[in-house]
Design a protein around this ligand. Structure first.
Ligand code: OXD
Ligand code: MN
Length: 588
């Protein structure tokens, strides 16, 4: 039991409301976790997989109505509606507490309440922020112990302070109608009820490290972003770090763990993964941006992960991993998902736990099925992963999934234009959130579902940060997903994306020229290194082509989106939109 009076009082108030049979404090010890795993196996909450092939690995199935983030039921509860903004759903805080208290009341009866003290980023580091999650789910406890740093040292670091993030989660009845993911940024509080799906219930991740942290970052002068962080190592041993924001399930994990094409490997290029989903970014005393990954594991999308697309992620899942909603291979008690290999198991259960015939045409794994794997398992994890000051950022990359419009890569003219480029990002939706898949939607900086305050204020914060960063990274946009007339991807992607990263870094170092277009600078085609690639300069030219007509078509949608953001939309970005429109209509 902890000595912190605020913490004790809050835990007992929450227990008073939710009425658990007992309260267990998680110390993060292997002994305690092993006991919880055994208990979860005995109740069927988890299945212990073949320990010879997958040591320390388990399979979990969520309820069939609970497989993705529920953006429609996610709320930012600021006292003033305008502080949550037009993009976020809002409920007045006292009304929300009251409404949810009714749902939480008695929800843990017959269950145990686990108290999880966790740190986002290395305990004691200048970036570190602490949280306590109360939950009635062992699955949540075990996932949090992979995804964050959990243990008594967190309680020591919190000390007597009451500034920790207070997270309350109960599966309750998993009732969709009463599912709520609510954030109270002004109270450092998160309440999540009636879900058991990762993104809704691992409160350190989206809820804290993005929504609450983005709010704190604005207040305190730093940034919490939906970004991977990777380091490109050059043959001379120098490493340059890049952050990149892509919407959910658009390949952040794959890019973060990229394996260079063979010709580059032979020359000595390597890529190191610092993070695959979230970056916390501060201005260092040297005037540069420095970033850490506040997480400690990967909550990756399983389908499509294979030996070719991402061997590093696959290797990371070989021990100590929890799989969620994938296929259970009954022959050898292992797991499978679409795109793992061409040999789906014949004697298997699908993600719902039903007998599954791979020839039925039905998917065996849920498209948003996941693995929760410790970062330390990843063969390309950066030696700076635990660095307390983070890594210095050379370039910021935005990107989306667009079949046409956006070229393979372009560079913004300056910071303000770069913020504009991030603000007009749009992408086709994926299975990571409930709702239609494949619909183009605006997703600025990939933060649409994750900014914990007004989106206009969020853009303003980016602009203000730019004024304070004396050694600014350059800002780029990429699109790996351009398709030809047959709907086939033109760019090979995966490891070959390194070729684009190298151009980006060369631009940052002033080593290579570019062509100015209405949208920004695009590479001279011959500057994208295609050695060992079966793609000619003409294809690269196509990939880089800026189709003015398509861009002009996009302007209307951008204006509509800006209008939706509302009054706090910075006028500087409207100014950039006008410049873009004007340049697009000028003669070529
Ligand atoms: C994720 C997401 O799980 O963005 O990372 O949905
Ligand atoms: Mn994400």
């Amino acid at each position: 039991m902890d000595k912190n009076g605020h913490l004790r009082k809050w835990v007992s108030e929450m227990a008073e409301m939710t009425k658990p049979d007992q309260i267990v404090w998680i110390d993060g010890s292997e002994e305690q976790l092993e006991g919880l795993r055994a208990q979860a196996v005995s109740t069927g909450e988890m299945i212990k997989l073949n320990q010879d092939i997958l040591p320390g690995c388990y399979l979990h199935r969520t309820a069939v109505n609970d497989v993705a983030r529920v953006e429609g039921r996610t709320f930012i509860c600021t006292r003033k509606k305008e502080d949550a903004g037009n993009i976020n759903n809002w409920i007045e805080p006292s009304e929300c507490y009251e409404r949810l208290s009714k749902i939480f009341r008695g929800s843990m009866k017959g269950r145990t309440m686990y108290v999880i003290p966790y740190s986002m980023s290395v305990v004691g580091s200048p970036f570190a922020k602490y949280g306590i999650e109360l939950t009635d789910s062992i699955y949540v406890v075990l996932n949090m112990c992979i995804m964050t740093r959990v243990g008594n040292d967190v309680l020591d670091a919190i000390g007597d302070d009451d500034g920790f993030i207070k997270g309350l989660h109960s599966k309750a009845q998993l009732d969709e109608e009463n599912r709520y993911i609510c954030h109270f940024p002004e109270d450092n509080t998160i309440w999540s009820v009636n879900s058991g799906y990762g993104g809704n219930v691992l409160l350190g991740k989206k809820c804290f490290a993005l929504r609450i942290a983005s709010y704190l970052g604005r207040k305190e002068g730093w940034m919490a972003e939906h970004m991977l962080i990777l380091g490109v190592e050059y043959p001379n041993g120098e490493i340059k770090y890049v952050t990149a924001a892509f919407p959910s399930a658009c390949g952040k994990t794959n890019l973060a763990m990229l394996i260079p094409p063979e010709t580059f490997q032979k020359k000595g290029y390597k890529v190191w993964c610092v993070g695959d989903d979230i970056a916390w970014i501060r201005i260092g005393s040297d005037g540069r941006l420095w970033a850490v990954n506040p997480e400690n594991g990967f909550f990756g999308v399983a389908p499509g992960t294979n030996e070719k697309s991402n061997p590093n992620a696959l290797a990371a899942t070989k021990k100590g991993t929890i799989f969620t909603n994938v296929v259970h291979n009954l022959d050898n008690n292992t797991v499978w998902w679409e795109g793992l290999d061409k040999n789906p198991p014949r004697n298997a259960l699908n993600w719902k736990g039903e007998p599954w015939d791979p020839d039925s045409g039905e998917k065996g794994a849920h498209p948003n099925s996941r693995f929760t794997a410790p970062a330390k398992n990843c063969p390309c994890v950066s030696s700076e992963f635990d660095s307390v000051c983070g890594v210095p950022i050379t370039a910021i990359v935005f990107g989306g999934r667009r079949a046409k419009t956006a070229p393979l890569v372009y560079e913004s003219r300056d910071w303000q234009h770069g913020v504009f480029v991030g603000s007009i990002m749009s992408s086709e939706t994926t299975a990571a959130a409930t709702g239609a898949v494949g619909v183009v939607r605006h997703d600025p900086m990939a933060m649409l579902p994750f900014a914990g305050y007004d989106m206009g204020d969020y853009f303003r914060h980016w602009l203000e940060m730019g004024k304070k960063i004396t050694r600014k990274p350059k800002i780029f946009n990429v699109n790996w997903f351009r398709t030809d007339d047959n709907g086939q991807f033109i760019w090979p992607g995966f490891g070959d994306n390194l070729r684009v990263l190298l151009w980006i870094i060369a631009r940052c170092e002033g080593k290579v020229g570019a062509e100015e277009t209405p949208i920004g600078f695009v590479p001279n085609p011959e500057d994208i290194d295609t050695e060992g690639l079966d793609i000619g300069t003409d294809v690269i030219k196509d990939l880089l082509y800026v189709d003015r007509k398509l861009w002009i078509d996009d302007i209307k949608g951008i204006r509509e989106f800006y209008g939706k953001v509302g009054d706090r939309m910075p006028k500087e970005l409207y100014g950039e939109l006008e410049i873009l429109e004007k340049r697009l209509s000028e003669k070529e």
